[in-house]
Design a protein around this ligand. Structure first.
Ligand code: KIV
Length: 283
């Protein structure tokens, strides 16, 4: 089993041009599969609201949801770097509240760091959490918690005006003390510029290859999330199709009396006569 990575490994990997592969996971089995696949890190994203809880977006997700899912992920992946995603409302109210929630994440769920969305508007919050001794991963570009303000889940940074704002945001996030930054749904040209400009690792989700690593949502890449598939997702499996086909076959087997057959039952150990006698007692 590979040794658990730490922040110094991620800094070294950037320097040496070694790509980081990460994925979201929300429960024990998925985390355990990711660890067995030697994933460099796992994000317990608040996308759990859409992927596993069935909400339309991430806004309803609570700290309790994130902590409970992160605990399961830690149990499934004890040797993998885990990023806990700060849900909407857990860091917007005040920097003090943000530190309190980040501390909860580490103490209760044993994550290695936290991630939060935004650039200059969350810089003081990143600074406060970092000053409390907690590693922070920034997240700019398409930020799902504020997708309402952006007019939906849309790519950004495609024109010079929004690209300039994103460059300033990225510099503010680095300056505030973040150890890494995730850029979502921005053009690869801008991603490449940021990866070269910033000293901290720059990771992409839907932002192209020229940076320090890639993240995908497990529900998208494994074909479990059926509501929609973003353009940037490559599907590596089709779990929904396999599950539906498996369930259909089971329904048919049950209805046609083909399941369970003798192979799937526990037969009596005592004699047939002893059981007949027992049953008679209750007739
Ligand atoms: O919650 C999540 O999975 C995320 C990704 C969209 C980056 O924040």
């Amino acid at each position: 089993m590979a040794k658990k990575k730490n922040v110094l490994d991620f800094i070294r990997m950037k320097k040496e041009g070694e790509q980081v592969a990460w994925v979201t996971a929300y429960d024990f089995p998925m985390a355990s599969f990711a660890e067995q696949a030697e994933m460099d890190m796992i994000l317990v994203g608040d996308s759990l609201g859409m992927v596993v809880l069935g909400y339309d977006g991430t806004v309803p997700v609570t700290m309790e949801d994130c902590i409970s899912h992160s605990k399961a992920v830690r149990r499934g992946a004890p040797n993998t770097w885990i990023v806990g995603d700060m849900p909407f409302g857990s860091y917007q109210v005040s920097d003090e509240k943000a530190v309190e929630n980040a501390v909860r994440f580490l103490k209760e769920a044993d994550v290695d760091c936290v991630k939060l969305e935004g650039g200059k508007r969350v810089a003081s919050c990143i600074r406060s959490i970092t000053d409390a001794g907690i590693l922070v991963c920034g997240h700019i570009g398409l930020t799902p918690q504020s997708s309402g303000q952006m007019g939906g889940f849309r790519a950004t940074g495609r024109d010079v005006g929004t690209a300039k704002n994103l460059i300033e945001d990225a510099l503010d996030v680095q300056e505030a003390g973040a150890y890494a930054i995730l850029v979502e749904a921005i053009p690869p040209e801008l991603t490449e510029f940021l990866a070269k400009k910033l000293d901290i690792p720059v990771y992409s989700i839907g932002a192209g290859a020229p940076c320090d690593g890639q993240l995908l949502i497990c529900g998208d890449m494994l074909g479990m999330f059926q509501a929609f598939t973003p353009k940037f997702v490559k599907k590596y499996a089709n779990i929904a199709e396999d599950a539906i086909n498996g369930f259909k076959e089971y329904v048919t087997d049950v209805k046609e009396g083909k399941f369970p057959t003798d192979d799937y039952v526990y037969h009596v150990k005592d004699s047939k006569e002893a059981f007949e006698k027992l049953f008679k007692e209750f007739e």
